[in-house]
Ligand binder design. Structure first.
Ligand code: HEM
Ligand code: HEM
Length: 182
């Protein structure tokens, strides 16, 4: 199996990064929403700590993914995809990158403006060059509490498009991001 993407297939590195990050983002959405209804206390703080640690890993993987995308550009659209779907798929993919990076940055700023560093499951914490500031903290919290909604909406569209291509159009779009095509 090849490491790099070809003009028709995703390589193994892009596939692993895609699925690890997707699993991380689903976990972050679940933990983030779960803790938002909880009373202040140890349990809420613990979920936030795990949420922040998973997010730090996703931040590293996303940075690697963006770098890898320049080293090894993704394959072009498969043949037979209508123009409007080519354009909307490109827009949704870039929308996903933008929403994920804004959400990651806002989360990091929520932590940084509280005077803390990015957590890493208690092993270490990565200091941020950000000053503690209550007003800025509230502002970034507002962004973080809003931004997951457009992100989740784009993920729903993205998943529906993948399933539509696989089950209705019956092309290779889902296979080339998973088991590959012959
Ligand atoms: C793609 C990445 C991320 C997603 C999808 C995500 C998702 C969420 C969600 C859905 C909430 C609940 C918001 C609400 O109450 O309405 C939340 C809260 C929170 N997240 Fe994230 N998050 C991400 C990245 C991060 C990062 C990088 C950090 C910091 C290391 C972080 C720290 C926090 C904190 C401290 C809260 C609780 C404060 C608050 O309510 O705003 N998150 N996150
Ligand atoms: C948090 C969840 C997800 C995010 C942020 C995400 C993001 C992306 C992005 C940015 C791409 C463009 C390729 C690249 O630049 O690497 C992509 C491709 C793809 N994703 Fe996802 N994805 C997620 C979840 C899923 C899920 C659950 C599925 C399957 C049901 C899926 C199926 C695909 C497929 C089939 C492609 C290849 C599309 C093509 O060949 O043009 N993704 N994804």
């Amino acid at each position: 199996m090849r490491l790099k993407n070809s003009s028709e297939q995703f390589g193994i590195i892009a596939k692993y990064l895609h699925w690890l990050i997707a699993a991380g983002i689903f976990t972050l959405l679940f933990l983030g929403i779960e803790q938002s209804d909880m009373e202040r206390g140890d349990a809420k703080n613990y979920i936030r700590f795990i949420h922040g640690s998973v997010a730090t890993v996703v931040l590293m993987l996303m940075t690697a993914r963006l770098f890898w995308r320049f080293v090894s550009p993704p394959p072009g659209h498969p043949d037979g995809i209508p123009n409007w779907q080519r354009t909307s798929s490109t827009l949704v993919h870039w929308g996903l990158y933008i929403c994920v990076f804004v959400q990651l940055s806002a989360g990091a700023m929520v932590i940084g403006t509280a005077g803390k560093g990015l957590p890493m499951f208690g092993f270490f914490s990565i200091p941020l060059p950000v000053e503690e500031n209550h007003d800025n903290h509230e502002w970034w919290e507002g962004i973080h509490e809003f931004m997951w909604r457009p992100l989740a909406a784009l993920i729903v569209l993205h998943v529906l498009a993948a399933l539509y291509n696989h089950f209705i159009v019956k092309n290779n779009v889902l296979r080339r991001m998973t088991i590959g095509t012959k």
